[in-house]
Design a protein. Sequence first.
Length: 235
Amino acid sequence: MKLPISNRLLCCASMLTPGCRVADIGTDHGYLAIHLLQSGVASSVVAADLREQPLAKARRNARRYGVTDRLRFVLSDGLARIEPGEADTVICAGMGGDCIIHILDSAAWLRDARYTLVLQPQSAGQALRKYLTDSGFAIEKETLAKDGGFYYTVLRARFGKAAPLTPGQQYVSPQLLASGSELLPAYLARIEAALRTTVEGLQSSQKAAPERVAYYTQALQEVEGMRHDYGTRGV
């Protein structure tokens, strides 16, 4: 029986080190946890969710695919009921960037280079990148996945030696720009268009704060430059 796992979750799995011990936060149907155990990428998984209904669904799926022996389920608000020693890799996938920030900020033990973060924000990716680097987490790698016409970013981060990001880099990190993903040209075009719409809206508003206008204008100019430079490389 084939596991119905999405491209974005497979992209998350590709960021992991074989043999890792995973905490899958917001596990939902449990497909990522099951895939990690079936493929041998993870040696064990703690699957957590805020609600009992998704956990019940994930338990049924785990039994169906025969991976219950290395999989523990926990009803938890983020990492609140997960002990630091249970995992060396934390995955937060399929939730907003603001929610991921709250989860990470509530777990001080993650500020340790022994832990790897694999993050896939559904929104507010720029806010998440800013939070990570402002909090000392270095983005090691970032790439793109596409599912049903939507583009998703997936990044891997670790505490230590974080470089600050400019406004444009908060939208397209240097690691994402260096990924060589075939999806990057289309993604850059979408980000540029969204920023342009934001800047035009702010410029036409009499109530927009000057610093807000300046931030988005700089971000737009940087992303325009990234798109131009990437295109001239012939990639």
